[in-house]
Every structure is written in structure tokens, then in C-alpha cells.
Write a protein that binds this ligand. Structure first.
Ligand SMILES: Cc1cc2nc3c(=O)[nH]c(=O)nc-3n(C[C@H](O)[C@H](O)[C@H](O)COP(=O)(O)O)c2cc1C
Ligand code: SF4
Length: 403
């Protein structure tokens, strides 16, 4: 497995986190997650303790814990590595979450393309049941029952969005819901539901094994702890790396052996483009935030090829509910192809930029809101290079030859 530097998860002893958590009252468990400063590793960075507190306070017969293992963002593969190497930490994190909010059921929503991991995960779950780590009275804790099941996704990127994921789990089309209500109050089958990313849940197990203050003292003031990053593209050593939050992009690229980088795509296709002049910026929620991926682009890369690839993805993956996302992504793709062929007018380019801004503002979910990011980001930082020559007003903006 392509793990490139020391990863904390490798040093955590199985059962330590769960034993520590089950030795505390439920509200203390929630308080400790709050105190650790842990924020969601799935992209949005919502404080995990706040999410758990809201779900714990909700009054309901049934509650659910969902582990979001859909990992569809292009360039992101750290959850796959966590599930392959440290699945027990994820199961422990889910069990601790179940204890904290009063849920009996946990579901792993596993990306369809990760089907090959399923049998190993099922075997580990079966072993946990025989060891009393799942089932009735977990680890002898009277009255606390919890079990985990795996549900396979079918490869739709939008089903990584938590409300679309819940729709899909209910057997419906994977389409984002209107919010509020949020899943913590009305989630799966209308019950309070916590949806957390794979990495977030593994950190929960580590936090209880090593203590909330250990986590709080790593990283920056607003971004506690470490972050796993999937690093790919033009680097000598692609793989999964762990860095403290607040690490500069330049240091990360150096560790991965970046080759003549001119920019880095941070956060996948829906993330942002960071040009080389900004590599002093840091990976953390208050600066450059990411769910966990960096794709390095060398001097040799053509931005329009990258953009076309990303935009084809979004045009395919839009669930189609909102006109601005359904059509906007197709229009952006057509515009990129015109730019590649040297047939985009200055006026049309301006219209595409306005369209991108409108998509950000008017789309219903994060897919449509983030899909124009790369287009707008590349034009912001590399307009001259993309257009190929100075703009010709009221005429074609460039004379690039179709490649
Ligand atoms: C289009 C789209 C795809 C997403 N895909 C994922 C995903 O694959 N895994 C994930 O954890 N979060 C994904 N998210 C974010 C989830 O909606 C949600 O915020 C996250 O699972 C919450 O977990 P966390 O608080 O632990 O980060 C996606 C969001 C959007 C808008
Ligand atoms: S923004 Fe796109 S993916 Fe999200 S609900 Fe609207 S059409 Fe579907």
C-alpha cells in the first residue's frame, strides 16, 4: 500500500480508544470530542463534537451513525487506504459515536468501486462480533448495543453528499435534500443521524486512545490535529501522507518529490488551484482547506486539458435537479472546448465567468456550487497562459490550435 510517511493510525493499539470511551459517561465522550477540536475530514470541516451533541440531544427511538466511505472526489484515495489498513479504528470511531449519541446501528456507505474491500471488512466485523466489540452489551457495557453493516454505493459522485447518500440508503434516487432539516435532527428514515467521514471516525478512535489534549495541541488554533493527504500527479512519490494541520504546501510538495510544479490542485476537481507563487500557504481550515487531496501539475501540463477532464466529470455527475448545475456544467464544458479550439470570444468568456459565479451562488448542493471552482481559479491565476496570446477584444480570445 502506498503510505509514504509515518501515520499516527499505525501506532494506535486496537481497543484502546473504545475501552477509554466506554469508561466515560456519554456526555463526557461528546465533551472530549468537542475539546479535541476535531473537525470533519470529509471536506466541509464541520466540528465533529457539535454534530454529535446535536444528535445526542435529539429525542428519538432510533438514531444512526453513517460512515461516509463514498470517496468519489477525483484525486482522493486516503479513505481507501484507511479502510484497507486501519478499518478497526473506523469501526471503533463508529462504535464510540453510537455510544455518544445513543444509536444502535452503524452503516458504512462504501463506494461501489471499493467493492473489492468488502469481504475483508465483513470478516473484520464478524471477528469484532465474536470478540464482543459489536452486538449486545459492547465490551460488557450493560445496555449499550451497537452493530455495523455495509451498504454498497453504485458509483454516483453526488451520493457522497450526505443527504443524497441518505436518500440512496433509503432506496431512492441519490439526490440532495433541501436543508434544513439537517441529518442530525431528521436523517435516515427521518431519524437523527450522524454522517462522518472515514478519516474523521478513525481520528475519534485515536483521540480516545491518546487523549483529546494530544490532538488539540497539534496543528493550528482553528485546525487541530493531523490530516491525511492523497498526493498524486507530477510527483516522484505519489501516495498517502500525514501532516500536521498548518503545514505549508511547499513542504508537502517537497516531501512528495514534486517535479517542476507550476500549480497544485488542492481538494480535487471541486477544490481550488494554488499557483506556485502561493505555495507558502498552509493546509488547514483557515487557509487552504481540503478533504484530502493534492494533485501536482508540472510546467508541462496544459490547463485546458485538465479543465476539460474535470468538467466532463461534473457534466456527467450532476444529478440534474437544478437547471443551473445540470446545464451550467455542460455550458462550461462547451466553453472549455471552444477555448481549446481557439474559437471562444471575449464576450463568451465573460459570460462563462458570470455563469460560474451564478452556479456557485444558486446551486442546491456542494456539487454544483463547487464545480466551477477550477475554471474560475485557472482563469484567475493563468489567464494569459490559457488564452495563449493577448486577448483580441470583441473577437476570439485566442488562436490556440485544437490538440
Ligand atoms: C458532491 C459531494 C460529494 C461528497 N463526497 C464525500 C465523500 O465521498 N466522503 C465524505 O466523507 N464526504 C463527502 N462529502 C461531504 C459530505 O456531504 C459530508 O459533509 C461529510 O461526509 C461529513 O463528514 P465529516 O463531518 O466527518 O467531514 C461530499 C459533499 C458533496 C457536496
Ligand atoms: S447542485 Fe447539481 S448535483 Fe446538487 S442538487 Fe443541484 S443538480 Fe443535483
Amino acid at each position: 500500500m502506498n503510505i509514504r510517511n509515518e501515520v499516527t493510525f499505525a501506532s494506535i493499539r486496537p481497543k484502546d480508544g473504545l475501552t477509554a470511551a466506554l469508561g466515560k459517561d456519554r456526555d463526557v465522550v461528546v465533551e472530549e470530542v468537542l475539546r479535541s477540536g476535531l473537525k470533519g475530514r470529509g471536506g466541509a470541516g464541520f466540528p465533529t463534537g457539535v454534530k454529535w451533541k446535536l444528535a445526542a440531544e435529539a429525542k428519538a427511538e432510533e438514531k444512526y451513525i453513517i460512515c461516509n466511505a463514498d470517496e468519489g472526489e477525483p484525486g482522493t484515495f486516503k479513505d481507501r487506504v484507511i479502510l484497507a489498513e486501519w478499518a478497526d479504528l473506523v469501526f471503533e470511531g463508529m462504535t464510540i459515536a453510537g455510544y455518544a449519541i445513543g444509536a444502535k446501528s452503524g452503516i458504512i456507505y462504501l463506494r461501489g468501486e471499493y467493492g473489492y474491500l468488502r469481504q475483508a471488512l465483513e470478516d473484520k466485523l464478524a471477528l469484532r462480533r465474536t470478540e464482543g466489540l459489536l452486538g449486545d452489551d459492547v465490551m460488557g457495557k450493560k445496555g449499550f448495543s451497537f452493530d455495523i453493516h455495509i451498504h454498497m454505493g453504485c458509483g454516483a459522485y453526488v451520493c457522497g453528499e450526505e443527504s443524497a447518500l441518505i436518500e440512496s440508503l433509503e432506496g431512492k434516487r441519490g439526490e440532495s435534500r433541501n436543508r434544513p432539516p439537517f441529518p442530525v435532527s431528521e436523517g435516515l428514515f427521518g431519524c437523527p443521524t450522524v454522517v462522518n467521514n472515514v478519516e474523521t471516525l478513525a481520528w475519534v478512535a485515536a483521540i480516545f486512545a491518546l487523549g483529546p489534549d494530544w490532538f488539540k495541541h497539534v496543528g493550528t488554533e482553528k485546525s487541530s490535529g493531523y490530516k491525511l493527504l492523497s498526493i498524486s500527479g507530477d510527483v516522484a512519490h505519489p501516495g498517502v501522507y500525514e501532516f500536521p494541520m498548518g503545514t505549508k504546501i511547499s513542504a508537502i510538495l517537497k516531501a512528495a518529490g514534486a517535479e517542476r510544479p507550476k500549480a497544485a490542485v488542492v481538494g480535487g476537481a471541486s477544490g481550488i488551484l494554488v499557483p506556485a507563487k502561493d505555495f507558502k500557504r498552509a493546509i488547514c481550515f483557515e487557509d487552504v482547506s481540503t478533504g484530502g487531496s493534492i494533485i501536482v501539475l508540472s510546467e508541462d501540463r496544459d490547463f485546458l486539458d485538465i479543465l476539460e477532464n474535470f468538467q466532463e466529470f461534473f457534466a456527467d455527475e450532476s444529478c440534474g435537479q437544478c437547471t443551473i448545475c445540470r446545464l451550467g456544467n455542460v455550458k462550461l464544458l462547451e466553453g472549455i472546448r471552444l477555448l481549446k479550439e481557439g474559437r471562444c470570444t471575449t464576450k463568451h468568456l465573460q459570460e462563462l465567468c458570470t455563469l460560474g459565479s451564478s452556479m456557485r451562488a444558486a446551486s442546491k448542493c456542494g456539487l454544483g456550487q463547487a464545480s466551477p471552482n477550477m475554471f474560475l481559479s485557472i482563469l484567475q491565476h493563468f489567464k494569459g497562459e490559457v488564452l495563449g496570446r493577448p486577448q483580441a477584444d470583441d473577437h476570439f480570445v485566442n488562436k490556440r490550435k485544437a490538440s
